[in-house]
Design a protein around this ligand. Structure first.
Ligand code: 1CP
Length: 358
């Protein structure tokens, strides 16, 4: 042993998910491997998923630990991505809070009792968000199984942002413009803030269950935030999204669709470490707006997954080149994998990203 060389110098590089390319990139390090994963990488694009899901309702699958764990691992094995994203849904914590919700195949989350009036809001916010933590044992069990299997690869936990959850809850199901939720902000701001504050605590408890059980990073999905004006985003939404993420002690990604006008605000004053960008804004432009203190994630156009490979390849190379102007980049799609995607295209994108960055 060399006489006085420090033990730290000669110690092997730290392993485990916290030293993974994904976690380091979210924290702002440029790694020699460009990390890549796909939103909605688990699910209907995979034949092995469709086979496993036969006869099981979506939310029952989410709450059966062995099944949720296996579905989470399927795309990791198949594609060689740099992270798993926990198989669940943004409405799972609402189900855990005792709210009647189902996921209708081909449609999405549907609530038996939409939350539209001041008294509807008063009723729902009377439910203690701690109830979610108490009921989240199947989530913690599933995460533990996944983390055990992933070894050095990180698992990303996730939750829905308060606005995107409210867009479903107030409407009662999927909608295009989320008019009822946006109307509530102005018509009854007190009820809106009570509801959004409660949703923030519910999503926070869901994130906490996942990180307590070993998830190495989290992503907050505000998929429908793009429908908001900047003024409404600042006044009615950002403080609640910040509250959902505050105090989560893993690196944090914040994602929305159609949010070019909101990117700076989506940093949530430093609460987010990375911002997900959809396919409409080139990453070099996004990075210029976001500034040097944040990592960008994205932004392959999901529509191009159906194009011939040479078109996909040129697009992915362009995305990677533009991402180089940010402090760090995580390669992903600009939104989720469309259900009819040929999974082999995703596998080829992963190989290309790793080859380009090697
Ligand atoms: O039967 C089925 O297979 C149902 C389809 C499905 C799946 C596979 C739904 C219904 N949810 C999910 C899983 C899911 N949902 C994941 C899994 C992990 C992964 O990414 O691999 C995640 C992260 C979500 C999160 C989610 N659910 C979001 C945010 C992400 C996004 O795509 O913007 C949203 C908006 C939902 C609501 C939802 N759940 C399901 C559907 C079809 C929808 C969208 C409905 C709509 O268009 O409004």
């Amino acid at each position: 042993m060399p006489p006085s060389s420090s033990v730290v110098d000669s110690a092997p590089a730290p392993a485990g998910p916290s030293a993974s390319a994904l976690v380091r990139a979210i924290r702002g390090e440029r790694t020699d491997r460009l990390p890549v994963w796909f939103m909605r990488q688990a699910g209907r694009s995979l034949p092995e998923y469709r086979e496993l899901r036969v006869g099981t309702h979506m939310l029952d699958a989410c709450l059966t630990p062995e099944l949720a764990a296996e579905i989470t691992l399927q795309p990791v094995r198949r594609h060689g991505v740099d992270a798993g994203i926990f198989f669940s849904d943004i409405v799972v914590p609402l189900r855990l809070a005792g709210i009647a919700v189902e996921i209708e195949p081909g449609r999405g989350p549907v609530f038996t009792d939409p939350v539209r009036t001041a008294s509807d809001v008063a009723k729902i916010v009377a439910v203690d968000p701690e109830q979610v933590a108490a009921a989240a044992q199947p989530i913690r069990d599933a995460v533990r199984i996944v983390v055990g299997e992933l070894g050095d690869l990180p698992l990303i936990g996730f939750a829905g942002a308060p606005f995107t959850l409210a867009a479903y809850l107030v409407e009662g199901g999927p909608s295009k413009e989320h008019l009822r939720a946006r109307a509530m902000m102005h018509a009854d701001p007190e009820s809106w803030h009570a509801l959004a504050g409660w949703l923030a605590r519910v999503s926070h408890a869901f994130l906490r269950a996942q990180t307590d059980a070993g998830a190495s990073a989290v992503q907050l999905f505000d998929s429908w935030a793009g429908s908001l004006s900047v003024a409404d985003y600042r006044a009615f939404v950002a403080p609640h999204s910040r509250a959902a993420l505050a105090g989560i002690d893993t690196p944090r990604i914040h994602f929305g669709v159609g949010t070019a006008h909101l990117l700076r605000d989506m940093r949530l004053d430093g609460t987010a470490d990375a911002v997900g960008v959809d396919w409409r804004t080139p990453l070099d432009e996004a990075a210029a707006v976001l500034g040097p203190d944040i990592t960008v994630q994205g932004n392959i156009d999901p529509a191009l997954l159906h194009a011939p490979w040479h078109v996909v390849e040129a697009h992915v190379r362009d995305v990677i080149a533009r991402g180089a102007s940010a402090r760090a980049h995580i390669l992903n799609l600009g939104h989720g994998v469309p259900p009819d995607t040929d999974p082999d295209v995703l596998t080829r994108i992963v190989a290309l990203a790793h080859e380009v960055s090697a």
